[in-house]
Ligand binder design. Structure first.
Ligand code: TXA
Ligand code: MG
Length: 335
């Protein structure tokens, strides 16, 4: 497809806004991103301000292809080239040493930059028409659930000066895998649909994972404050095993939504408050695509507690889902 055929009036208007330093939310295959000109510090500052994001948490830079990534990197390691060839466009963010072209604000003052080429026709059309890199953190207030539809973005930023490009529901539904190839060994910093095994296969070496929330929370947590709450809905989230449904289910007077997986799971016949049962897909990809919308719907239904049956199955997508669930269930800094 030629660039001009892709450039619809909506994309052209979005590009005009981006060039003027304003914000455009765009769909990707993972979640919606809050886009701004990555090379314009004033635009990037608007993104941090609107999200309420701490300045030390760096942003992902989105590019149309690997060619466009290279000038952002001080060094483009052979591992980065290989991963880009195998997984781009796709849900993999690659952390590399940054070039001076990238504003400090984008990297949180760090020596590296995170880059990703999203696998979504509208995101790619926008990047090509804009002709430069765009920052694209998830288009939600910092710490809350990432948006997987345009309506989710409008619910948070409808009043702000943000245009939302509507690409429907996101296919993957949870954020990209983040892998660093900036150091001596590659390391997965955030789990996602592309697992460490697939990355290792592509590189021909084993790839480690930074400790995930799922692992930290499976043992006795010596310091719960160490577990950063993130991806969290308004309601409190509790994980449970189907053989031991939490006491809250019968005893709490507060409204509860249950996200179940086992076909055998039933709500108790009697309970002290309103209960809603949502049956989640047992297929990992379908579960991932539905998770954030389900958490939001529970908030909209004014649930005060969301009980989530913890998935037991193995595989990269389930691992990523468990990671997000553990963070959603983590103690809140402001609770
Ligand atoms: O799927 C995604 O990655 C979505 C879509 C919109 O592309 N974007 C996204 O961005 O999730 P954000 O900003 O919500 O999450 C970026 C993550 C954060 O955990 C951040 O700390 C990490 O990537 N990150 C960004 N730059 C980094 C860097 N230079 N080194 C290590 N981690 C970095
Ligand atoms: Mg985010």
């Amino acid at each position: 497809m030629s660039a001009s055929r892709e450039t619809t009036p909506e994309i052209a208007e979005a590009v005009r806004r981006l060039r003027a330093g304003r914000l455009v939310a765009f769909p990707t295959e993972t979640v919606y991103g809050l886009g701004a000109d990555a090379l314009n510090p004033e635009s990037v500052a608007r993104v941090f301000a609107l999200k309420g994001r701490p300045a030390h948490n760096p942003l992902i830079v989105h590019v149309a292809d690997a060619e466009a990534a290279r000038p952002l990197a001080e060094r483009w390691p052979p591992r980065a080239q290989r991963l880009a060839e195998v997984f781009w466009p796709g849900p993999l963010t690659i952390v590399v040493p940054r070039s001076p072209l990238v504003p400090d604000l984008v990297t949180g003052g760090g020596a590296t930059v995170a880059i990703r080429c999203p696998d979504h026709p509208l995101a790619l059309a926008l990047l090509r028409a804009f002709g430069g890199p765009l920052v694209g953190p998830s288009a939600n207030p910092s710490g809350s659930v990432s948006p997987t539809t345009a309506a989710h973005v409008r619910a948070a930023f409808g009043e702000a000066d943000v245009v939302v490009i509507d690409g429907g529901a996101c296919r993957v539904g949870i954020e990209s895998t983040v892998v660093s190839v900036a150091g001596e060994r590659p390391i997965v910093l955030r789990r996602g649909a592309i697992g460490p095994e697939a990355i290792g296969d592509a590189l021909g070496e084993s790839v480690a994972c930074a400790p995930s929330a799922a692992h930290e929370s499976s043992g006795a947590l010596s310091s719960p404050g160490m577990l950063p709450s993130h991806y969290a809905p308004d309601a409190s989230v509790l994980l449970f095993h189907p053989s031991a449904p939490p006491r809250e289910l019968e005893r709490s007077p507060r409204p509860i939504v249950v996200l179940s997986l086992s076909a055998s799971f039933q709500l108790p016949r009697e309970s002290r408050g309103p209960r809603t049962l949502v049956r989640m897909p047992t297929d990992a990809d379908a579960y991932g695509a539905k998770l954030y919308a389900a958490l939001r719907e529970a908030d909209e239904a004014r649930a005060e507690i969301i009980l989530v049956e913890e998935p037991r199955e193995q595989g990269p997508m389930w691992d990523a889902i468990r990671d997000r669930l553990s963070r959603a269930a983590a103690p809140r800094a402001n609770a």
